[in-house]
Design a protein around this ligand. Structure first.
Ligand code: PEP
Ligand code: MN
Length: 631
């Protein structure tokens, strides 16, 4: 049962409830949430919930009706995010684990590790104990293999995962791996589950070939009941009458498990299909269906692999898959997980005094909590940051300039409504601030109202004018609604929350609804689903170092003479520099004079670029490089 405790409950009362239930034979887990603290009590004994409800400090008691308790959503409504070294599995990130089926040699696992890391994998897999159907097949390098795996993981900075097949391996294995895999064949090896549970490592629990979802959840319950804090489910295909593929990938298991449990769900498309060509489409389908990541077999030389060669991707195929996942992620409002050294291309000069006492970067943005800019911040930074909300865009720039924040995040361009000129103008007015990065995110607007409000009750809808405009088609259905412009989308949600009036609605992000405890009446009401905003990440150039920039932005005005713009563009052509954007803007205070804003790709050979910039400076009247950054 779930025992929701009173807000501000005294430690003494908490202790009393705990001992009361423990004396009755319950095991208690405490979960401190953002809004409430709960006790999860699990035991074989039965008890009248009213008895517990009467204990001082108890707000309410919810019985868990499912046979699995600790892994159920009823037990914990928020997603559990599983930390594995620097990687977090679950939430808004897509984690890709890759590597060979089996560790075959030191060279092979090192080569695999470097190749998959280069393409963007964040964890390395490799079997050292291979549960093979035939006793004559390669059985794995055992402990020696685990040593190689650990070394390869350390060399590349990737946490590693390997499968355990016997209880006697538990104590040895935990020193080599960051995450333990329980394979399909052992999903219901309850003695193994009981021994692996207590070792305090995250566990990837693969679904048995003939196991129902409920049996999978019960197996996870064994792990958690025996001390495991973190389990990740892995759908890897089940046996059906179909024989074309090695197994049948149960895609529907992904959303089903995600509703039934708070733990993340990953998919192994390699064992699911058994056919190399089918792995990538199934990996993409899994991600589209909401998987928190995929585990993919990749081998440097699949044709000579000692196990599962036919289903192992060639490194080139894996690289292509990673690019496809990267392209798919923003559509789903997710980000591909990256290792810290690949996460952001910029190195913050950490000695800078502006880093707060917890060592977190301070990042300023315009708007209230829940703003789309905040979403851009979360998808840009892998690490936790301290948010510095500002009322105006100008304040974001000032905050960075004055060192009140290390970084600022500002919207630069929307794929439907075009540039946010105010920010381009501010970039000009703040010559000591540069663009150091960019992030594109999909904008999904929702109709948000107070909990319990009904669509029929709504009389007014608040949002930023862009939010209202981008949902015009949906709003046409409600001609009677008053549309009220508000300074920002998230702010409009904060406002309707404050009014407490069920006749008010707002248009904003899902996150804003969550932050202010509001309810989504209708999700995704934007007229055009292809609605993206490009955000600029800004900083003082001396506080960051951008390695291998891919893109640059600059602004210039030309001398007033025939062919002036042509001469500038010619310089770009002569340096084979690809232009991504060209826009003209009136110069504030100089009627009928224009500045040109340009985005270009930066060539690998940076000296070509520098030379081009020097020539541009000579050919233009005013020139300013706004920044060079990675995309
Ligand atoms: C594996 O991941 O190498 C493996 C043997 O998988 P499964 O247990 O899903 O067959
Ligand atoms: Mn395999």
């Amino acid at each position: 049962m779930i025992i929701v405790l009173h807000h501000g409950i005294k430690e003494q009362e908490k202790q009393a409830i705990r001992s009361n239930l423990e004396n009755k034979g319950f095991t208690i887990r405490e979960i401190i949430g953002e809004e409430e603290t709960i006790f999860g009590a699990v035991g074989v004994v039965s008890i009248d919930v009213r008895e517990v409800e009467l204990l001082p400090g108890v707000s309410r008691v919810i019985p868990i009706t499912k046979p699995y308790k600790l892994v159920s959503r009823e037990f914990k409504k928020d997603d559990t995010i599983v930390p594995v070294g620097p990687i977090k599995i679950g939430g808004k990130r897509i984690v890709v684990i890759a590597g060979p089926c089996a560790i075959e040699s030191r060279e092979q696992i090192f080569e695999s590790a470097y190749k998959v890391k280069d393409s963007g994998a964040v964890m390395l897999r490799g079997g050292a104990y291979k549960p093979r159907t035939s006793p004559y097949s390669f059985q794995g390098l055992e402990e020696k293999g685990l040593k190689f795996l650990k070394e390869a993981g350390e060399a590349t900075g990737m946490p590693v995962i390997s499968e355990i097949v016997a209880t006697e391996q538990v104590s040895m294995m935990k020193d080599y791996v960051d995450m333990i895999q329980i394979g399909a064949r052992n999903m219901q090896n309850f003695e193994l589950l009981k021994r692996v549970g207590p070792i305090q490592k995250p566990i990837l629990l693969k679904r048995g070939f003939a196991a129902t979802i409920q049996e999978l959840l019960m197996a996870a319950e064994y792990l958690v009941a025996h001390g495991a804090e973190y389990v990740i489910f892995c759908e890897r295909g089940i046996r059906t009458f179909e024989t074309y593929t090695r197994n049948t990938l149960d895609i529907s298991a992904i959303p089903v498990i995600k509703t039934l449990s708070h733990f993340p769900v990953m998919v192994d498309p390699s064992h699911a299909t058994g056919i190399r060509e089918k792995v990538s489409p199934m990996a993409l389908a899994s991600v589209a269906a909401g998987a928190d990541g995929v585990v993919v077999e990749v081998h440097p030389d699949p044709d000579n692999a000692l196990s599962d060669g036919p289903q192992s991707l060639y490194p080139e195929q894996f690289e292509k898959l990673m690019r496809d996942i990267q392209a798919l992620a923003p559509v789903l409002g997710k980000e591909i997980s990256r290792l810290p050294d690949k996460a952001i291309s910029i190195t913050f000069r950490r000695e800078s005094k502006k880093i707060d006492h917890k060592g977190k970067l301070k990042v300023s943005f315009q708007g209230e909590r829940g703003a789309f800019s905040e979403k851009a911040i979360y998808s840009y930074f892998e690490e936790e940051v301290t948010l510095v909300p500002c009322t105006e865009f100008r304040n974001v720039f000032n905050s960075v300039l004055e060192g009140k924040s290390d970084i600022g995040v500002i919207p630069l361009e929307n794929s439907l409504s075009g540039s946010i000129h105010q920010n381009y103008d501010l970039l000009l007015q703040f010559p000591d601030i540069n663009i150091i990065g960019e992030k594109k995110i999909r904008i999904i607007h929702n109709l948000i109202a107070l909990p319990g409000a009904d669509l029929n009750e709504i009389k007014r809808v608040y949002s930023h004018p862009q939010g209202l405009a981008q949902c015009a088609k949906y709003l046409e259905n409600f001609p009677g609604w008053e549309k009220v412009a508000y300074s920002d989308t998230a702010g409009s949600v904060a406002f309707i929350a404050k009014t407490g009036d069920k006749m008010n609605a707002a248009i904003a992000s899902e996150e804003a609804a969550k932050v202010y405890g509001m309810h989504i009446l209708k999700a995704s009401i934007e007229t055009n689903a292809q609605n993206y905003t490009r955000f600029g990440v800004i900083a003082r150039p001396e506080t960051v170092k951008v390695e291998n920039p891919e893109k640059a932005s600059f602004v210039f005005s030309t001398i007033d003479k025939p062919g002036a713009l042509y001469l500038v563009l010619k310089i770009l052509m002569e340096h084979s520099i690809n232009m991504k954007k060209l826009e003209s803007r009136p110069i504030p205070g100089k009627p009928w004079e224009y500045m040109f804003y340009v985005d270009v790709e930066v060539p690998e050979n940076i000296s070509i670029f520098n030379n081009c910039i020097d020539q541009l400076k000579n050919e233009t009247e005013e020139f300013r490089l706004l920044g060079m950054y990675r995309i």
